[in-house]
Design a protein around this ligand. Structure first.
Ligand SMILES: Cc1cc2nc3c(=O)[nH]c(=O)nc-3n(C[C@H](O)[C@H](O)[C@H](O)COP(=O)(O)OP(=O)(O)OC[C@H]3O[C@@H](n4cnc5c(N)ncnc54)[C@H](O)[C@@H]3O)c2cc1C
Length: 462
């Protein structure tokens, strides 16, 4: 319960204009970009927007002393409900903490506050010839703090990895207001437990991330895009596997099935051969044009071993953009095919990608539901989208059964519940299936160590 006295104390810390409690404000902080329905019970009691680490620490001290739950929030682009406040209390928005503290060119590192938008970080580094590779499709609005808290991935993960591969150090405000620093700029660091990794992907349940040190790499000099069409999903996947085994590692290898392609064709001109079952969009990069051409030729040869029906190698920046537009427009095009869409995020061993797609097809037939499948085939991360109309009697129940079965099959082929969106609220029912009792108990022990009162983002992960 937040009394007026407590609100006044917090207002004195962050300024009255950054501590909000009108109904409209509370409503605005009660949802994110997941498919969780809007519920009055998910409203916070108070929205707090601190500007500095010291302010975050003061707010946390007040919350801790008064047993007030705190739900951290970046841009609320999360897909699993992570920033939805389930227990009232404070919605702690980090959106005002947007300082770039240092761009350290000799060490190729950047230190930022959590509210910096991912794309702004990328652009700032690019101006200096430096590259921050993780590129979630949401990068135009997601914050780097949210990316670290979710260990976000992106299309370039196949070659360059995900957020955690770039986080060198963090400043974290703990539940009781203590300020903790982890890691640092030393490239090699074996000093106690790796707390930097622990906080990365902790979904706001262990502490508030207030400063982030990121490793950068030199920006590749040239890039190009290829579009490949295949008569079967297996042949598309085999092409990607053979490419990777032969040492041609694309920066991105995105696959979409026929349903996805048909969805995109409804929104833009796209001539699709009726026999096409899969489209692969590939990005390659290199230090010079010759290196780029060599990779494109190698991919062309491999794709022909697997019956590719069309290979389009972009000849201009515009053509590259046109090909990427197919992939970028996919999620919204698929979403527009039905009144409701449940977009999931599973990750399987790369070799199981075609088998997983086959299993999803069976689930789709069994429950008489359309399920579009697309994803980052280069690293085994799939996004099955269940399309439905919840006003049809019985449809909601069938959707939930289908989603349950998709997760069960992902685990059965050796995969995981999430490649990049985290567990949040939407997947917590399956966490024991994935980790077992011992695994969940270990997570809970970690949680108790950092947050003994259970005030940080309650109701998430399990
Ligand atoms: C159209 C679209 C495309 C997307 N594409 C991708 C994609 O390609 N790859 C991918 O990985 N994700 C993707 N996402 C999901 C989402 O953008 C990411 O999870 C992103 O990292 C969330 O960042 P955010 O700033 O919006 O965080 P929020 O959604 O506000 O928060 C996410 C979680 O992080 C916690 N959190 C936020 N900031 C902090 C902080 N400073 N300290 C501690 N905890 C914090 C919150 O409590 C919550 O649990 C997509 C989402 C959309 C809507």
């Amino acid at each position: 319960m937040i009394t007026n006295e407590i609100k006044e104390k917090i207002r004195a810390v962050v300024g009255p204009e950054n501590a909000l409690d009108s109904n409209l404000d509370l409503f605005g902080y009660s949802y994110d970009s997941s498919f969780i329905p809007l519920l009055p019970a998910n409203k916070p009691d108070f929205v707090v927007r601190p500007l500095t680490t010291a302010e975050v620490a003061e707010v946390m001290k007040i919350a801790y002393a008064n047993d007030i739950p705190v739900t951290p929030r970046g841009a609320a682009s999360g897909r699993t409900g992570g920033s939805v406040p389930l227990a009232g209390g404070i919605a702690l928005s980090l959106d005002r903490m947007t300082n770039v503290i240092e761009l350290d060119e000799p060490n190729m590192m950047i230190t930022v506050e959590p509210g910096v938008r991912t794309i702004d970080l990328y652009n700032l580094c690019a101006e200096k010839g430096l590259f921050y590779p993780p590129d979630p499709a949401s990068w135009k609005f997601s914050t780097i703090g949210g990316n670290v808290a979710e260990n976000a991935g992106g299309m370039r993960a196949v070659k360059y990895g995900v957020t955690t591969n770039y986080v060198m150090g963090l400043e974290v405000v703990l539940a009781d207001g203590t300020i903790l620093n982890t890691g640092g700029k030393a490239l090699k660091n074996v000093t106690g437990y790796n707390l930097t990794s622990l906080f990365t992907g902790s979904e706001g349940t262990l502490g508030i991330i207030t400063k982030i040190i990121l490793r950068l790499i030199p920006m590749p000099k040239v890039r190009n895009t290829l579009q490949l069409m295949f008569p079967s999903l297996d042949e598309a996947c085999s092409t990607i596997h053979k490419m990777l085994q032969s040492g041609v590692v694309p920066a991105a290898a995105e696959l979409m099935d026929k349903i996805g392609l048909q969805a995109v064709a409804r929104t833009r001109k796209l001539d699709i051969d009726p026999n096409t079952e899969a489209c692969v969009v590939i990005e390659i990069d290199a230090d010079d044009e010759a290196g780029l051409d060599k990779q494109a030729q190698q991919i062309d040869v491999i794709a022909h071993e697997f019956n590719v029906t069309e290979v389009r190698i972009a000849k201009s920046f515009q053509e590259s953009e046109d090909i990427w537009a197919i992939r970028r427009g996919l999620s919204s095009a698929v979403g527009a095919m039905a009144p409701t869409r449940f977009g999931e995020d599973i990750s399987v061993p790369r070799s199981e990608f075609p088998e997983m797609v086959r299993r999803i097809r069976k689930i789709s037939e069994k429950h008489n539901l359309v399920i579009a499948v697309y994803g980052h085939a280069g690293d085994g991360n799939l996004h099955p989208s269940v399309l439905c109309d919840l006003t049809v009697p019985g449809e909601e129940e069938r959707v939930h059964k289908a989603v349950d079965e998709i997760f069960a099959e992902a685990l059965a082929v050796g995969g995981t519940l999430s490649g990049e969106h985290g567990i949040g609220i939407t997947k917590r029912a399956y966490i024991t299936d994935a980790l077992g009792e011992a695994g969940v108990n270990a997570l809970k022990a970690v949680k108790r160590a950092f947050d003994p009162k259970g005030l940080l983002n309650p109701g998430k992960i399990w």
